[in-house]
Each structure stands twice: as C-alpha cells, then as structure tokens.
Design a protein around this ligand. Structure first.
Ligand SMILES: Cc1cc2nc3c(=O)[nH]c(=O)nc-3n(C[C@H](O)[C@H](O)[C@H](O)COP(=O)(O)O)c2cc1C
Length: 368
C-alpha cells in the first residue's frame, strides 16, 4: 500500500502490478477494463467503473452515431479517466431467407397464437464512416473492436483521432492477425466469456480457454494482453496477470451492479442457481454467444443451422419476445452470462472495481 498524493488516501501501491504497460495503453489507474456490453451497459455503468479506477466502456454496436456522441458527452461531463468506445466489425450478410427458421420456431408462435413472421430485430450495424466521424468528434482514448477490425482507411481515421486501438482474439491465429495490423493491445477472450465470442478467422468452437489463450497470445505477439472471460473476483484477476496478461476485461461481474441495464428477470436469474449453467448458443443472433439456458435453448438445442446469419436471427424472435413479455414469461431475449457469474455479487461498480484490484494485489503480493 501507499498514499494517493492527490486525495491523501491509503491506496494499493502501483508498483504491485506485474505488467506496467497497461498504463501506457489504457491510461487507467487500475489494470481493469469494464467490458463494453451492448444492451447491458451504458453511461451509468461506465461512469461508475471509471470512478473506481477502471477504463469505462460504452458499447456502441446498437447505437446511432448521434447517440454515441451524446452518451460520450455525458460520460465526459460526469467522469474523469480513459473512455473506450466499442464497435462490431462483422460483415453484414444479405437479408436471409427465413423460411426454415420460421418453420422451426412455429411451435412457439402457435403457443402465443401468432402467425410466424419476422419482426424488427435489434439493428447491430458494423463500424462505418459515420461512426468514424463520431470518433473524430468524441476523441475517445481507446477504441475497441469485436469480430475483427475495420478496413485500413477506417482504422487510420480512428488512429488519427488519437485513439489507441484494441481488439478481441479468441485464438492465437487471430491474435497474430491483429498484431500484424498493429493494434496497441489484444483482448484475449476465453471460452468462459459471456456474450458473443469475438471470433473472426477461427470458427467459434475453436475458441481457447483463457488459461491456455493468455500466455500463448503474450508469447506470440509481445503486445500487452487484456484477459477476458470468467474473471469475476480477485483470484481471477491475479491468475490472469500471472499468466502474462497486462490487464483484464470484466463483463459478467459488472452485470450484477445496480448501474447495469440488465432486465429484472435477467438480474434475478444471474443471482440464482441458474447461473451455474451457461450455454454457447446461436439462436438469438445467428452468432455464438454465451448465456444462461432458457426454455427455447433447451427445447431446440443451443446451436441450430436454421438460424440466419448474424445479426438476422433475432428478427424472428422479436414478436415472440414481445408476446412472452406480456404474459410475464421469458426465454426469447438472451440472458448473456459468462461461466463465472456465481462468483459475482451485487455491489456498486466503483466498489467492485476497487475490490477486484485490492483482492488481486493481495494475492499477487503474497505470491511475491
Ligand atoms: C451482456 C454482455 C454483453 C456483451 N456485449 C459486448 C459488446 O457489445 N462488445 C464487446 O466487445 N463485447 C461484449 N461482450 C463480451 C465482453 O466484452 C467480454 O469479452 C466478456 O464479458 C468477458 O467475460 P465475462 O463475462 O466472463 O467477464 C458482452 C458480454 C456480456 C456478458
């Protein structure tokens, strides 16, 4: 421990962190990134995590450029520290033929007395020129990408706006490919992680577990590694840093915070024994993502070839989700969760951030 000169408080000594490169890449007090979580985190969560010393992240995949600007302005007005804006980089497939998918879902439509028909799914658009313009206006310290990187000219604009670029790899092959495109750090996302696997070269079922992925990415690229997946207490943070990560990115544990946007049913399920069982499923969006098992996943099986390509699968579920909501039932909206949810607890995000750091430093110090 040492004394924070600015606030006169006793704080964990920075010298305790094994890889100081996180300071240059992330610019945060602590080697912790509050994971961007589309639909589940927004301004409140980012502000609170930043108050605790983490990098605050705004997930932008479901936002319009003007919403990105407005949310970023709100964070800037309420918090100090580095801000990460997060985008998806998938290829948008043409509108699919949903015949087989609707036929598979017919029994569910029948249960609600509905005709099978796709509704309006959440519009997950890939990063584009309009978003690059938003970045030029916001000038975030960090931009993170999921499902690969944008093309060279868009990436140049992000860098020219002063942002450090970080991106997700789920295999060593993906990490090497990101390193060749000169990212500043690699988010090594393990199989344990909640939400979508950020795979872009490797098939999602080849995603490595975090304990195998982190040291291999560190060795293969020499870049700072940000470990993501299954980290929900100080033991996970200390383990990831011991494996060679410079920082961690934590998602599921932040879902438990009062500042997250998770729906009440999702929050209750995360805090229950149901959180012991997660599945990797493509039913909700067409891409594989980890979440709690829900009735449709159990009835259909978690991975179905009939589900249209990302992000189109969600449209056919929208009418079912609306009908279920009216009856107070669940199941047609995803309840994303990583494998470590049972380790998490409900507490404000600033406190969670500080506790993760404190517990990890104690373990790392004991080891030293
Ligand atoms: C509810 C939820 C939503 C997510 N949405 C995004 C997203 O929009 N962008 C992204 O890069 N990662 C997203 N992720 C993945 C996280 O960035 C991170 O890889 C993951 O949460 C780490 O594993 P953990 O949940 O076990 O902590 C999401 C994860 C969750 C749980």
């Amino acid at each position: 421990v040492g004394v924070d000169a600015e606030h006169g408080k006793v704080v964990a000594a920075p010298a305790g962190w094994p890889d100081e490169r996180f300071r240059a890449v992330l610019g945060s007090r602590l080697p912790i990134v509050q994971a961007p979580m589309a639909g589940a985190g927004g301004v409140e969560l980012a502000v609170a995590a930043m108050a605790g010393g983490a990098v605050g992240s705004l997930p932008c995949a479901l936002l319009k450029p003007e919403q990105v600007r407005a949310q970023a302005a709100e964070v800037r007005a309420r918090a100090e520290g580095p801000l990460n804006l997060n985008f998806f980089c998938h290829q948008m497939p043409p509108a699919p033929d949903e015949g087989e998918w609707l036929a598979l879902l017919r029994p569910f439509y029948d249960r609600f007395g509905l005709e099978p028909a796709a509704g309006e799914g959440p519009g997950r658009a890939p990063f584009d020129a309009a978003m690059a313009e938003a970045i030029e206006a916001v000038r975030p310290e960090i931009v993170s990408f999921h499902f690969g990187l944008p093309d060279g000219s868009l990436l140049d604009r992000v860098r020219a706006a002063g942002a450090r670029v970080i991106a997700t790899a789920t295999t060593v092959r993906e990490a090497r490919s990101l390193a060749r495109r000169r990212v500043d750090a690699i988010i090594a996302q393990g199989w344990e992680a909640g939400g979508h696997a950020g795979s872009f070269l490797s098939p999602p079922e080849e995603q490595l577990g975090l304990i195998a992925l982190v040291p291999q990415v560190a060795d293969a690229t020499d870049l700072p590694v940000i470990a993501a997946g299954g980290i929900a207490d100080g033991r996970g943070v200390a383990a990831a840093l011991t494996l060679g990560a410079a920082a961690v990115q934590v998602g599921t544990a932040y879902l438990f915070c009062p500042e997250s946007l998770v729906a009440p049913a999702h929050r209750a399920a995360l805090a229950s024994e149901r959180a012991e069982r997660t599945v990797f499923t493509n039913l909700f969006t067409g891409r594989r993502a980890r979440g709690l098992a829900t009735p449709p996943v159990d009835e259909l099986g978690p991975v179905r070839p009939e589900a249209p390509a990302f992000p189109h699968a969600g449209a056919a579920l929208a009418p079912l989700a609306a009908a279920a909501r009216e009856r107070g039932e669940e199941g047609f909206v995803p309840m994303w969760s990583g494998q470590a949810a049972p380790l998490a607890r409900a507490e404000p995000a600033a406190g969670l951030t500080k506790r993760l750091a404190r517990e990890a430093l104690a373990l790392l110090g004991a080891k030293a």
